[in-house]
Design a protein around this ligand. Structure first.
Ligand code: TRP
Length: 344
């Protein structure tokens, strides 16, 4: 393997962290620490591609950091930082603005969704967002990227950018002593049973921070009472639980609750149905409430403890940023030489 194995991933600080962020991303980040050198980033520069209230943004950056730490990410063994403190992300993104083609960005489905009907009024940053994401990953020459399904297309674009850069500058890259190319073609690492946690009110929609109903999601700040209320009110159907996974087909709400149970318990859906097949939802929900409270309340209280001391969180981010900067600066110096910039 020509490239050193390294994991990079990012979470946007846009408020309302919920169970979907936790089970879909953060739990996986925690696991990967055992196998890889990991770099985890609070992507504040991505957040401002849509309007963010400045005071709320600061709070959200600290909240995501607290969630990382409370969930068990070790900021000493690995790197936890916020994107805007390492200016090389923006520098490399500019170079990538000049590598990526308009046609490539025009195909990005997430831009089309986020920009909506009034595309003329979307920020230029929202359009160039995938180039910044490619820079996040490639400034560390990361080889593995844990992401949800919704980011798959952005990761493909990252590979396209890496490949085009490697091709466009092949003579310079060879001369600089990188016979396998300068940037790796990073692979996605999709996570376990509940990569997609759905709304508790509508099993066909993703659990989302922007859903107007508070009952659609379990926030990482919810206390035991709130968790219990929300699971009690979660939409179901009139049938008891099936005993096999194929019985969940066409029953999105049942599928979602079983998936959440499985992910929280670290078990498979089949295993959970082996135990609860034939049970009424009232029984299953009671067990799910106990499990969710047992797993989430230690995290919530640790997050509360951490966010009560923003000075400590800021120090963790400053330390992580300084260590990230060392790696990023090394990549950027090579990029400048390869592209033909003069540097001191
Ligand atoms: N775009 C990602 C999301 O919204 C966040 C992100 C930014 C990211 N940079 C990244 C994820 C780099 C993985 C790698 O979820």
């Amino acid at each position: 393997m020509a490239f050193k194995e390294r994991v990079f991933s990012g979470v946007q600080p846009t408020g309302n962290l919920h169970l979907g962020n936790y089970l879909g991303a953060i739990v996986n980040f925690v696991k990967l620490q055992a196998t890889y050198e990991c770099v985890y980033c609070v992507v504040d520069m991505h957040a401002i591609t849509v309007w963010q209230d400045p005071a709320e943004l600061k709070k959200s950056i600290r909240e995501v950091t607290a969630a990382f730490l409370a969930a068990g990410i070790d900021p000493k063994k690995h790197i936890v930082f916020n994107q805007s403190q390492v200016s090389e992300h923006a520098e490399l993104a500019w170079v990538f603005n000049c590598v990526a083609r308009l046609g490539w960005l025009n195909r990005m489905t997430q831009f089309k969704e986020k920009a909506g009907k009034d595309r003329e009024n979307a920020s230029v940053g929202l359009y160039a967002y995938p180039n910044l994401m490619a820079a996040d990953i490639l400034i560390y020459r990361a080889t593995h990227v844990p992401i949800g399904e919704d980011q798959r297309q952005h990761l493909e674009l990252t590979r396209d950018i890496a490949q085009k850069f490697n091709n466009d500058f092949k003579p310079q890259i060879d001369a600089a002593g990188f016979p396998d190319g300068f940037f790796p073609l990073a692979e996605g690492l999709m996570s376990g049973p509940a990569t997609r946690v759905m709304s508790l009110r509508d099993g066909s929609k993703k659990m989302s921070k922007s859903d107007p109903s508070d009952y659609s999601r379990i926030a990482l700040s919810d206390d035991a009472d709130a968790i219990a209320q929300k699971i009690k009110k979660a939409k179901t159907d009139p049938e008891p639980l099936p005993s096999e996974e194929k019985g969940l087909e066409g029953r999105p709400e049942a599928d979602n609750l079983v998936g959440i149970f499985a992910a929280l318990a670290g078990r498979s859906r089949a295993d959970v149905l082996g135990e609860y097949g034939g049970a009424q939802f009232s029984t299953f929900k009671a067990a799910l409430i106990d499990l969710a409270v047992a797993k989430l309340s230690p995290i919530t209280s640790e997050m509360n403890r951490l966010t009560a001391d923003p000075g400590h969180i800021d120090a963790v981010l400053a330390d992580g940023s300084a260590r990230a900067k060392v790696l990023a600066a090394e990549t950027m110096a090579h990029v400048k030489d390869i592209v033909g910039f003069v540097r001191g």
